[in-house]
Design a protein around this ligand. Structure first.
Ligand SMILES: Cc1cc2nc3c(=O)[nH]c(=O)nc-3n(C[C@H](O)[C@H](O)[C@H](O)COP(=O)(O)OP(=O)(O)OC[C@H]3O[C@@H](n4cnc5c(N)ncnc54)[C@H](O)[C@@H]3O)c2cc1C
Length: 284
């Protein structure tokens, strides 16, 4: 299918983007890599009379590392994440997760900003960013504001970002300890049937902190505070892992689709989470 007709704009700066968004309101949308939006326009699931390309706007594609924090511009691609050795050594879970997104062609175009702003429950970066406790910076005509990733998602394709705001960057502290991004998909290039992002720190043989987020098991990513709490203070014995799995099963709300029935997805969520916890622990 081909998309409905649209006007195409390529402003050279954010002022131009924001003024077009202000002028056209709900009838306008920004496009980054286009690998979620264009398919939706072709399927006529998105009607975008005014398409504003961010590719001409400077300053959105940098990765900045400081002693204890990371800032990723919204137009950084998934390939850039994989390719950046400094980033991979500061936060290896980012490369591990990005390598499991789609295929190289999609990753060359798909941006981190588009992935988190889209609000697609199947996207891998939102849960990952919740696990990392990242902050999203958005800008609008009234200025900038920061929104924690854990408070960004409201429903499928509905986020705390206003239509007239553009996501400009993602920041996070450099994570400590062990990590794992575990994803189950039907085939290479597919979205997750279930995925788990886990970060753990340990002191001796005791778990000191744990952060757990799940993907594509609800209409929004699920950061499970209770699951993390079930591991803290334990030596990650079977009882603690079972308690974490039980907590996650209480937080997710999968629905039946072509990736399987609800019972299968819940079972898979437990299997994926256990694998991710065990791998993160072995690296902590
Ligand atoms: C075959 C295929 C397989 C895929 N598999 C996966 C997968 O397994 N996991 C996964 O996570 N993703 C997957 N994707 C999606 C891919 O990663 C997308 O590229 C990504 O989710 C969106 O990034 P984009 O830059 O292409 O965004 P676009 O398609 O350009 O935009 C997506 C949405 O976000 C909005 N947007 C984009 N940038 C901004 C911004 N800076 N501020 C505000 N709003 C913005 C747009 O208006 C649009 O509504 C797949 C895509 C394809 C085509």
């Amino acid at each position: 299918m081909i998309p409905a007709a649209f006007e195409y704009y390529r402003p050279k700066d954010m002022t131009g983007v924001l003024s077009l968004l202000g002028e056209h309101g709900d009838n306008a949308r920004v496009i980054a890599g286009g690998h979620s939006l264009i398919p939706m326009m072709k399927l006529r699931m998105a009607d975008v009379p005014h398409l504003i390309d961010l590719q001409g706007v400077g300053g959105l594609d940098d990765i900045e590392l400081s002693a204890n924090s990371i800032r990723i511009g919204a137009m950084v691609t998934q390939h850039d994440i994989i390719d950046h050795n400094g980033l991979a050594s500061a936060a290896p879970i980012l490369r591990e997760a990005a390598l499991q997104i789609a295929d190289p062609q999609v990753r060359y175009m798909g941006t981190v900003g588009g992935n988190v702003a889209n609000g697609d429950p199947g996207n891998d970066m939102p849960g990952l960013m919740q696990c990392l406790d990242a902050t999203f910076t958005v800008v609008g005509l009234d200025g900038e504001r920061d929104i924690p990733a854990r408070q960004f998602y409201e429903a499928a394709y509905m986020t705390a970002r206003e239509d007239e705001e553009v996501l400009t960057s993602i920041t996070m502290l450099i994570p400590a300890g062990g990590y794992a991004y575990e994803k189950q998909k039907r085939k290479i290039g597919d979205y997750a049937t279930a995925a788990a992002a886990v970060l753990l720190t340990k002191e001796g043989n005791t778990c000191k902190s744990a952060s757990i987020a799940m993907t594509n098991l609800s209409d929004i990513p699920v950061y499970s505070e209770e699951a993390g709490a079930a591991l803290v203070g334990s030596s990650l014995d079977d009882t603690a892992i079972k308690a974490a799995v039980t907590a996650v099963l209480g937080d997710i709300d999968p629905s039946e689709d072509n990736r399987g029935p609800v019972a299968f997805k819940k079972h898979l969520a437990g299997v994926i989470l256990r694998r991710a916890i065990e791998r993160a622990w072995s690296r902590a």
